[in-house]
Design a protein around this ligand. Structure first.
Ligand SMILES: Nc1ncnc2c1ncn2[C@@H]1O[C@H](COP(=O)(O)OP(=O)(O)OP(=O)(O)O)[C@@H](O)[C@H]1O
Ligand SMILES: [Mg+2]
Length: 259
């Protein structure tokens, strides 16, 4: 089994067991480079487990994962990060006592192979500071660059997580419920940012999300997990009209407000 070059991610027949319980059963899917995808499904469907397997946190019990054409099944997360596959939310690395700028300088240091202890002297390195400011501008946080993170609003902290991920120049980013816990204004800001990054950068985004308004507005392709199996895949329109998907959601939240 090999992977095609224009597919950034290929998952072949992945199963993940926890004891006798099968959280993922024979899941296969493909994400084309640059194509923004979403993974949806009811609570407990296996979405986070899927990310855990793809991002190297869990080994698949069976099956294979290919990233940029290379088999990466079972590789640890740090190896995948260095290959350009990053995951945000749930493994956040924010330092609340540091400023917003410093929080972005830390992953930049790592990216450029420098040690964390260089942080003080690195503030004097114009090139790195400029790079950090550019990233902050990208996510709209340049105005709070010198603020200590713990003083910021929740929505801004989530944006810092995106900035930290971007500092590693990722090829692919997995976002597990990026708008969870956000108010409507923060949600809109996050959606627009993800859309903008997806359209104007080389990074491929793959999100899980409960908010169907978000999913249908940002994803070009949607995969639906149900009880650990892939129930459907298709465009937002195809998924919205899929009777199996409607059944899985029991007539619930598929028709989100504004759709
Ligand atoms: N480490 C683990 N050990 C045992 N069972 C687990 C483990 N991780 C997940 N599970 C189980 O696997 C199933 C899928 O969980 P998972 O967190 O992947 O679902 P999810 O689709 O992300 O749900 P949600 O929408 O609530 O975030 C659940 O029944 C969960 O209890
Ligand atoms: Mg989850």
């Amino acid at each position: 089994m090999t992977a095609a070059r224009d597919n950034i991610l290929e998952v072949h027949h992945v199963t993940r067991n926890f004891g006798k319980f099968q959280a993922l059963s024979d899941v296969s899917l493909t994400v084309r480079t640059g194509r923004m995808c979403a993974l949806i499904g009811p609570n407990g469907a296996g979405k986070t487990t899927f990310y855990n397997v793809v991002s190297g946190r869990y080994r698949p019990s069976a099956g294979k994962v290919f990233f940029k054409g290379k088999e990466v099944s079972g590789l640890p997360s740090h190896r995948l990060v260095s290959m350009g596959l990053l995951r945000s939310f749930q493994i956040t690395n924010i330092f609340p006592a540091l400023t917003v700028l410093e929080n972005v300088l830390v992953p930049l240091l790592v990216h450029h192979g420098m040690s964390f202890s260089c942080l003080q002297s690195i503030r004097k390195r114009r090139d790195l500071a400029d790079e950090a400011v550019q990233i902050l501008e990208r996510v709209g946080l340049e105005g709070v660059a010198d603020h200590v993170v713990s003083t910021l609003a929740y929505g801004d902290k989530r944006l810092i997580e995106i900035a930290i991920v971007l500092a590693r120049r990722p090829s692919m980013v997995l976002l597990d419920e990026p708008t969870a816990g956000m108010n409507p204004e923060e949600t809109d800001r996050m959606i627009h940012l993800i859309q903008d990054l997806s359209e104007h950068s080389d990074t491929t985004f793959f999100i899980t999300e409960h908010d169907m308004k978000v999913v249908f507005s940002v994803a070009e392709k949607i995969f639906v997990l149900n009880q650990g199996t892939l129930l459907a895949e298709g465009t937002p329109e195809e998924i919205r009209n899929n009777p199996d998907v409607k059944r899985a959601y029991l007539g619930g939240s598929l028709d989100a407000p504004g759709q």
